[in-house]
Design a binder for this molecule. Structure first.
Ligand code: MG
Length: 263
């Protein structure tokens, strides 16, 4: 199964600046090998590298990250919220993006930072006024997202921008699996903290599926290629502490792992 990645040959770029001065390259991963491609979209096979020898960059560099709140029934109730009648949409800034392996920086001004494992949808074509049944034509593929949230600040502010907007609060990756390769019926999402399973749900349990989300969002906002949708988290969210390693696994998509460090 070809997995599309962005990478840099310099493994030692400052990890909290997602692209930094690194020269961005694109490739397809097969097993432990990656084949460089000329463009993010092409299928040509250029130079081959060992996956272990390169630094993975976030697989997309979105102009915006669209989040969906309360998209799983049990998660809405665990936070004491009603199930919404239509998708509850918020934005995370692109500066929050972090790659697989980057650190999540625990801000000094928060005392409660939660993980939220989510299926990520990467947009492939400019999308505006899309109907649900044609939404898949606008999807490049799927990836793993951690919608990291400073829950205390989200509650205090009464809105999401600060609580979900810190630098490194949107780990994404490690790669994009094209939508034709993904069997939605079987997609299972698990989040592990230090190896312990904390979230375990079928993506089928989403209240608003991917097509409905894209249709809803594109009624008011143009989605551009590389934009990222974080489709909501299942129940089991909980706190992180500096030193923790958090892993979002989606069967058939990948596993995104990040260590939490004190800011
Ligand atoms: Mg979320």
């Amino acid at each position: 199964m070809p997995k599309r990645i962005r990478f840099s040959l310099n493994r030692f770029v400052e990890p909290t600046i997602p692209d930094g001065a690194a020269q961005v390259r694109y490739g397809l991963v097969e097993g432990d090998t990656l084949f460089e491609t000329r463009t993010p979209w092409s299928e040509d096979q250029g130079a081959a590298y060992r996956l272990a020898d390169v630094r993975l960059l976030p697989p997309c560099w979105p102009s915006k990250i669209v989040g969906v709140g309360r998209n799983y029934r049990e998660h809405a109730s665990e936070l004491g919220n009603p199930v919404p009648a239509e998708p509850l949409i918020f934005l995370k800034p692109p500066s929050a993006v972090a790659a697989h392996g980057d650190h999540i920086i625990y801000p000094a001004i928060s005392e409660r930072v939660d993980f939220e494992g989510e299926l990520g949808v990467v947009i492939g074509r400019r999308a505006r006024f899309v109907r649900p049944q044609e939404a898949e034509n606008y999807v490049l593929g799927y990836t793993c997202v951690n919608d990291v949230t400073a829950r205390d600040l989200q509650r205090k502010d009464g809105q999401f921008t600060r609580g979900k907007g810190f630098d490194t609060f949107c780990p994404v990756g490690p790669w994009i699996v094209p939508c034709g390769e993904v069997d939605f019926e079987r997609l299972r999402l698990r989040t592990l903290v230090n190896g312990q399973v904390r979230q375990d749900a079928s993506v089928q349990e989403m209240i608003f599926p991917v097509g409905a989300i894209i249709a809803f969002v594109t009624q008011f906002m143009t989605l551009e290629p590389w934009d990222l949708i974080a489709t909501g988290t299942p129940s089991g969210v909980g706190p992180l502490a500096p030193g923790d390693v958090v892993r979002v696994e989606i069967e058939g998509v990948g596993a995104l792992e990040n260590r939490v460090v004190r800011g």
